[in-house]
Design a protein around this ligand. Structure first.
Ligand SMILES: [Zn+2]
Length: 164
C-alpha cells in the first residue's frame, strides 16, 4: 500500500455514519506503520470495545470499513480466512462489516474470520515450514501475498456490492 494520513483514511470510510467516523481512534503507533509491507491496514479501536477497522486499496481507491468483533469466540482454534496461516500463530476471530447502501440500512452484514491483530501481511510473507531444495521461495511468497490481496478484495467487493 501507499503511505496514508489519518485524514485520508477517515475520508475513505464507506457505509459508516458521520458520528461513527468521528469516534475513530487510531493506534498510538500509527506514525510507525510501514504501509509498504501491507496488503491492508487493520487496527482495533482502543476506546470502543470490539470495534475495529480495515483499510484497503480497492479498484484504485482507498476504502475503509468498520468491523465489529463477534462476542462469541470460536470453540476451537480457527484459521484466518484471509492469510490462511496454517501455523495458527495468531488467533482468528469473527469480524463483521455492515454492507453499504440499502443492504446495510436493512442490517445486512458480512462476516469473516480474520487474524485478531490484523497481521495477515506478515503471515503471508512467511515461508512454508518445509520445502525442497531448489524451491522458488520468492515465487511462493509472491503467490501468498497475491492470494491475500485477492481474498481481502473479494470481501470488500461483497461489502460494497449493491446487489441482494
Ligand atoms: Zn490472517
Amino acid at each position: 500500500m501507499k503511505q496514508y494520513t489519518q485524514q485520508q483514511i477517515l475520508d475513505a470510510f464507506r457505509g459508516a455514519t458521520r458520528s461513527e467516523v468521528k469516534k475513530v481512534s487510531f493506534p498510538l503507533e500509527f506514525d510507525g506503520v510501514d504501509f509498504d509491507r501491507l496488503e491492508y491496514y487493520g487496527w482495533r479501536d482502543r476506546k470502543i470495545p470490539r470495534r475495529a477497522y480495515v483499510v484497503v486499496e480497492h479498484d484504485d481507491e482507498l476504502v475503509a470499513l468498520i468491523l465489529n468483533r463477534a462476542e462469541a469466540k470460536p470453540s476451537r482454534r480457527t484459521m484466518c480466512a484471509w492469510c490462511r496461516d496454517v501455523e495458527l500463530t495468531e488467533e482468528a476471530v469473527m469480524y463483521t462489516a455492515r454492507r453499504t447502501g440499502a443492504n446495510g440500512r436493512r442490517g445486512d452484514t458480512i462476516g469473516t474470520l480474520i487474524c485478531s491483530g490484523f497481521n495477515c501481511s506478515k503471515h503471508a510473507r512467511k515461508l512454508p515450514p518445509a520445502y525442497h531444495k531448489g524451491t522458488d521461495l520468492d515465487a511462493i511468497r509472491a503467490e501468498q501475498v497475491a492470494e491475500l490481496r485477492r481474498r481481502v478484495g473479494s470481501f470488500v467487493t461483497e461489502v460494497l456490492s449493491t446487489e441482494d
